[in-house]
Design a protein around this ligand. Structure first.
Ligand code: CO
Length: 209
C-alpha cells in the first residue's frame, strides 16, 4: 500500500524505451520547454491531453480542472494562462470539454456531492443562461451533450475576457482561443468553430452566445 510499485516499474520502462528510441529526448527537454499550445481541459482520467492530440512532452502546456472551467478569480488557472501567454508566448489556447463529463452531469443532478458542488455552481449558471435553448431538447442525454458544448463556448469567452489575453491582443501578440469537445465514446475531437483571435472576434462571440 505504501509504495505504488507498479507505477514506478512503468516509469522505469517508459524512461528506458523513450531513451532507446530517442537518446536526446530528456537532455533536449532539460534545457527548455517551448510549447505552442495551452490546453485547458477536464480532470477526467479518460481525457489525457497529450495523447489525444498526439503531442510529446514539451509540446503542450496543460491546465485541467473539473469541467474545464475558466473562472475570473481562479488564480491557479489565471497563473497558468498568464505564464503561458506572457512568458512561454504560446500561440493557441485550447479549451477542450468532453461529452459524458461527470462534472457537467453532477452540476445538473439533484443530489449533493459535497464541496465540489460550489465549483459546479458555475456550470449551473451557464445552464441558467442558456435555459431556453436547452429546454427545447427533449432527450436528457442530448441536453447534457449540448450543455458540454455550451460550457466550452462560455470558457472560450472567459479566456478572451481575461486581462491577460486582452493585454496580449492589445500589444499585437498573436493568441488564438479555440473551443473543442472530445468524445470519450470514439476518441474523436469536434471543433465547435468558435475560434477567436482578436478583441473584435471575442466581442462578436460573447454578443452572439
Ligand atoms: Co469532465
Amino acid at each position: 500500500m505504501k509504495i505504488l510499485s507498479r507505477l514506478f516499474k512503468n516509469n522505469k520502462k517508459w524512461a528506458a524505451e523513450t531513451c532507446a528510441s530517442n537518446p536526446e529526448f530528456f537532455s533536449r527537454l532539460v534545457a527548455q520547454q517551448a510549447p505552442e499550445y495551452l490546453w485547458i481541459g477536464c480532470s477526467d482520467s479518460r481525457v489525457p491531453a497529450n495523447e489525444i492530440v498526439g503531442l510529446q512532452p514539451g509540446e503542450l502546456f496543460v491546465h485541467r480542472n473539473i469541467a474545464n472551467l475558466v473562472i475570473h478569480t481562479d488564480m491557479n488557472c489565471l497563473s497558468v494562462l498568464q505564464y503561458a501567454v506572457d512568458l512561454l508566448k504560446i500561440r493557441h489556447v485550447i479549451v477542450c470539454g468532453h461529452y459524458g463529463c461527470g462534472g457537467i452531469k453532477a452540476a445538473m443532478a439533484d443530489k449533493p456531492h459535497g464541496l465540489v458542488d460550489n465549483w459546479l455552481r458555475h456550470v449551473r449558471d451557464i445552464h441558467h443562461r442558456h435555459e431556453r435553448k436547452l429546454n427545447v431538447i427533449s432527450s436528457k442525454p442530448e441536453r447534457l451533450r449540448r450543455l458540454c458544448e455550451l460550457n466550452v463556448v462560455e470558457q472560450v469567452i472567459n479566456v478572451g475576457n481575461t486581462t491577460i489575453v486582452q493585454d496580449a491582443w492589445g500589444r499585437g501578440q498573436e493568441v488564438a482561443i479555440h473551443g473543442w469537445v472530445y468524445d470519450i465514446a470514439d476518441g474523436l475531437l469536434k471543433d465547435l468553430a468558435v475560434s477567436i483571435t482578436s478583441f473584435k472576434e471575442w466581442d462578436a462571440l460573447q454578443k452572439n452566445r
